[in-house]
Design a protein around this ligand. Structure first.
Ligand SMILES: NC(=O)c1ccc[n+]([C@@H]2O[C@H](COP(=O)([O-])OP(=O)(O)OC[C@H]3O[C@@H](n4cnc5c(N)ncnc54)[C@H](OP(=O)(O)O)[C@@H]3O)[C@@H](O)[C@H]2O)c1
Length: 248
């Protein structure tokens, strides 16, 4: 049984707490300054009973949370993004404190495996000139940014395997795409939680590979898997590295 401290008890924190018992985890403490019934601050006393902390808070506070938690010698899983500029500083802190640390911009196990499928598909279709490739993503109308971070990662995966394409174009095109350009479009509307489609297309046929998010459950399951995996580890890891270790 892995004992958890949840840092941030919003939509993700609540989902993780709900699923924890089914994943051999127990939530022993919660830090969220917006909720009176939980701890407002990270300190040694609050973290004392936890094996691993999980942060799904806010980009504006995550760096401070990371610094405090790691300095207190606790293993930490971080799903909150927005601190990438400080990656080297945190790596050094993790090494000097002898803690375990795992982070990722997308904790969906399915999306991570989808990335692997896309990498393989790109390698094989690249060998046949008849096939062109393109992509598109759809997200709900509240999403502020486009393209999604995941769309950028998927485009880079294709470009990394392709000998014919070397740049991605996410903006609208008022011209024909150049052969070396991968066009990746973004659609915003409705309540779609997140759909990413990659297509390999020839005169003869179309092969479409789709990842469709159904709910936040996928992210929460990924975070709980990470916490269990990290419990007795030291070092700095990404979510993709953990999946690689499990798959290989
Ligand atoms: N890596 C992934 O796979 C993944 C998946 C989903 C979401 N995310 C990211 O994870 C973060 C959380 O997502 P969410 O949907 O759960 O957001 P949310 O519903 O807004 O929850 C965040 C919670 O953290 C609280 N908080 C604010 N400051 C804090 C602090 N100093 N310490 C602890 N908690 C604090 C917030 O309180 P207030 O409301 O008062 O600010 C809120 O209750 C977002 O940045 C999101 O983009 C990542």
């Amino acid at each position: 049984m892995t004992k958890l401290c949840l840092i941030g008890y919003g939509k993700m924190g609540k989902m993780i707490a709900e699923l924890a018992p089914s994943q051999d985890c127990e939530v022993v403490s919660i830090v969220d300054p917006s909720l009176a019934q939980h701890h407002a601050l990270i300190n040694a006393e609050v973290l004392a009973g936890a094996d691993v902390c999980i942060d799904f808070s806010h980009p504006s506070v995550v760096l401070a949370n990371i610094r405090q938690t790691v300095a207190l010698g606790k293993n930490l899983v971080v799903g909150t993004t927005g601190w990438n500029a400080h990656l080297e500083e945190i790596k050094t802190l993790v090494q000097s404190t002898g803690t375990g640390f795992l982070h990722g911009a997308n904790f969906s196990i399915g999306m991570n495996l989808f990335q692997r499928v896309i990498a393989y598909a790109s390698t094989v279709f690249d060998k046949f000139e008849a096939y062109d490739s393109f992509g598109y993503e759809i997200h709900h109308r509240q999403k502020a940014d486009s393209p999604s971070g995941t769309a950028i990662e998927l485009a880079n995966t294709i470009l990394g395997q392709s000998t014919r394409k070397n740049s991605a174009v996410f903006e609208k095109l008022d011209r024909r795409p150049e052969p070396q350009e991968l066009h990746f479009a973004s659609v915003r509307g409705g309540y779609v939680p997140g759909t990413h489609v990659l297509a390999f297309d020839s005169e003869a046929d179309t092969i479409e590979l789709t990842h469709r998010v159904r709910s936040r459950v996928g992210f929460a399951m990924g975070a709980l898997l990470s916490a269990r995996w990290l419990q007795d580890k030291k070092g700095f890891f990404t979510f993709a590295e953990m999946i690689s270790e499990i798959v290989c």
